[in-house]
Design a protein around this ligand. Structure first.
Ligand code: GLN
Length: 553
């Protein structure tokens, strides 16, 4: 079957969880046997979020093919278990870059280059692109931002044109809004939704389905009112009530018949009921853990949870796999020092030192590594976290007081973490790191090999600096082993301390590939190690009350 297209826009407010709704619908359609992908069109001008500070848009997610993308792509992969690529995240910057490059090449044959048709044509071309590969039955496009934003107008116009160009049964438009509850009036209010849909209609886009985010159930009257005033069929107003977990949302959407409405609209014949057996099993484990652990997440972007999105999600997956509730305590590395380490890390069953860039909070990360290493607390270092494990070992065990990464101290006599050769001449910041999936060969008998259960793995990277192999022998002789290497270049990707209960640092980002149905092995093993540590210390489990569906969190 030729690909069909679903467009998801949002209104009233940002952060309503458009990505989760898109991913949930995708999951349901996939569970009905359809081949689905999701793409995100972001109206900002950056070519990609790679140059954005995490405080701006949260984590930068990296795909196998090395694209630095919006964190929603992480949700897409986690829900679908299907890899995304460069083509799945398009920004205004990318669109203009293509159009301006073509203009300079003279491709427009002397025409005046304009937003309509040139920019909108390029947006449409990209919206249809994945549908042409033959790999997908359904392509869901999420439009970032909220309708009415000046910068999202060309995208909404492109949706309008496609709605007009494509056969009706090949295109669905879904609009996500908020129905706020006014405490004083004790009422849910639909007016913002009506206004948002009017705004969309002014741009010529008629939604087929309206999904309303709400804290309370929408009654039949209210749904009818939204349907009538927004010009959608009764029954096409869907409630999306606050859920106890984002992973519950596909089930809620199914109960609301969202997937059924979509397959009917798209006239997909003989569709099966969704098979969500594995998903439900995961949710069951998530809902009733039998143990709990406290894990410190040491990083400098802790004020914003989204900055470590994939790591936090990986803990949810690994927790469910171990039937264990993982309490992640964020510890600000900028304010961590030897004097307060006991107070901040004392009660922890495991310590994860997070990825990051630049000098701020770096010494605090080293303090966290030292605390975990010297006290036998399970340790997991990711990217910069691994690099700081190497620096800490060089300082405290090898005795190089000035050991450093040249990222922060280019003059160090002991640059144990150094810039890769091919990075030395790079001056451009965007898209020039070591990015995407690389193979890694694990040493037989190592902790890493035991964890993965195989010698050859592939994980994703996003960094400029590397373990400096000039120091490798010194490290190995003193007890820090390089147990994972790139098979082609020999670059060190994994370090371990064999005498320690659980100490692993990885240059790659394992968190990008964890999904509920396929939890990441290192995260699973780390949670297990933390559980063992806790059992050994005799600390009691600290459990939250039993979760209920739809109870709101
Ligand atoms: N700043 C370090 C580098 O560029 C680590 C990057 C990261 O943690 N993602 O190598």
């Amino acid at each position: 079957m030729a690909a069909k297209f679903i467009f998801v826009t949002g209104g009233v407010a940002s952060s309503l969880g458009k990505g989760i709704i898109a991913a949930s619908l995708a999951k349901l359609l996939q569970a009905r046997g359809l081949r689905v992908t999701i793409q995100k069109f972001d109206p900002y001008i950056n070519i990609d979020p790679g140059t954005l500070n995490p405080y701006e848009h949260g984590e930068c997610y990296v795909t196998d093919d090395g694209a630095e993308t919006d964190l929603d792509l992480g949700h897409y992969e986690r829900f679908l278990g299907v890899r995304t690529s460069k083509a799945n995240n398009v920004t205004t910057g990318k669109i203009y870059h293509t159009v301006i490059t073509k203009e300079r090449e003279g491709a427009y044959l002397g025409k005046t280059v304009q937003i309509v048709p040139h920019i909108t044509d390029e947006i449409k071309r990209r919206m249809l692109l994945l549908g042409k590969t033959g790999e997908y039955d359904i392509v869901i496009t999420e439009i970032g931002g909220t309708v009415g934003d000046m910068e999202s107008q060309p995208f909404v116009e492109a949706v309008r044109q496609l709605q007009w160009e494509l056969p009706e049964e090949d295109c669905v438009s879904i609009h996500l809004t908020l129905v706020p509850y006014l405490k004083a009036a004790k009422e849910l209010k639909t007016k913002p939704t009506q206004h948002s849909v009017q705004l969309l209609q002014q741009s010529g886009v008629q939604p087929d389905i309206i999904v309303c985010r709400t804290e309370y159930h929408l009654g039949a009257d209210l749904r009818r009112k939204v349907a009538l005033f927004c010009n959608v069929k009764p029954g096409h107003v869907i409630e999306s009530i606050d859920a106890w977990s984002i992973y519950q949302v596909p089930l809620n959407m199914h109960e609301e018949h969202l997937d059924e409405l979509v397959v009917r609209h798209l006239r997909i014949e003989n569709f099966a009921q969704p098979d969500l057996t594995n998903w439900r099993r995961f949710l069951g484990r998530l809902q009733s853990p039998k143990a709990s652990v406290d894990i410190a997440l040491v990083g400098k972007y802790v004020e914003l949870q989204d900055a470590y999105k994939s790591i936090l999600e990986s803990f949810i997956h690994a927790g469910a796999a171990n039937e264990c509730e993982v309490h992640v305590h964020t510890v600000h590395s900028e304010y961590l020092d030897d004097g307060n380490a006991e107070e901040k890390l004392g009660g922890m069953d495991g310590i994860l030192v997070a990825p990051g860039f630049g000098e701020r909070g770096l010494e605090g990360k080293i303090v966290a590594v030292r605390y975990a290493r010297t006290r036998g607390i399970p340790f997991f270092g990711i990217c910069l976290g691994m690099q700081m494990a190497v620096v800490e070992f060089a300082r405290d065990v090898l005795g190089y007081a000035d050991a450093a990464s040249t990222e922060v101290n280019p003059k160090s006599e002991h640059p144990v973490i150094d810039l890769m050769e091919d990075q030395k001449s790079t001056t451009i910041k965007g898209g020039t790191m070591r990015l995407g999936a690389f193979a890694c060969k694990l040493e037989k008998g190592s902790l890493a090999e035991k964890i993965y259960g195989t010698e050859m793995i592939s994980e994703r990277h996003r960094h400029r600096y590397e373990f400096n192999s000039e120091f490798l022998d010194l490290f190995q002789n003193a007890g820090m082993k390089a147990t994972g290497r790139n098979p082609e270049t020999g670059l060190v990707e994994v370090v371990e301390l064999p005498g320690h209960p659980f100490f692993i640092g990885v240059q790659f980002h394992p968190e990008y590939k964890s999904t509920p149905e396929n939890p990441q092995p290192i995260f699973c093993a780390f949670v297990k190690a933390a559980m063992d540590k806790r059992a050994e210390s005799g600390k009691k489990a600290k459990m939250r009350p039993e979760k209920e569906s739809g109870s709101g969190e």
